[in-house]
Design a protein around this ligand. Structure first.
Ligand SMILES: [Zn+2]
Ligand SMILES: [Zn+2]
Length: 124
């Protein structure tokens, strides 16, 4: 009985997801154009060409805010050395410029909540 309820709940979520996708079709995190059917089937949230516009932050990065650093000798960026913050440690997924800046603006101010799924998957 419990297994059946779980399956029923999963199917309900899936039907709801499909319904919402009809009303709010998935858009690319980078360019905000609608995703292709092939992208959706492969559960991609970014066009293949648009992925090249994302620059993942790799070491060395600031241990406080996650911004990329020029060298490995310092642990904190210039901004974090100057200003105190209540954040103990932060991490950035992508370099915050160009397409990512525009995407984060849409995420925060243009109701693109679906981007959260992409960002969470990238963070894993
Ligand atoms: Zn795109
Ligand atoms: Zn920093």
């Amino acid at each position: 009985m419990k297994k059946r309820q779980h399956r029923l709940k999963f199917e309900t979520v899936s039907v709801l997801d499909n319904f919402l996708e009809c009303i709010f079709p998935p858009r690319c995190f980078v360019c905000d154009r609608l995703l292709e059917t092939a992208d959706i089937r492969r559960q991609r949230n970014v066009h293949a060409a648009c992925r090249k516009k994302l620059y993942p932050v790799v070491q060395p990065y600031c241990y406080h805010c996650g911004s990329p650093l020029a060298d490995t000798e310092t642990e904190y960026c210039q901004n974090c050395r100057k200003h105190r913050s209540f954040v103990a440690e932060g991490r950035s997924l992508f370099v915050y410029r160009g397409a990512v800046q525009k995407s984060m603006y849409r995420f925060k101010y243009a109701n693109r909540r679906r981007y959260a799924r992409f960002l969470a998957e990238e963070a894993m």
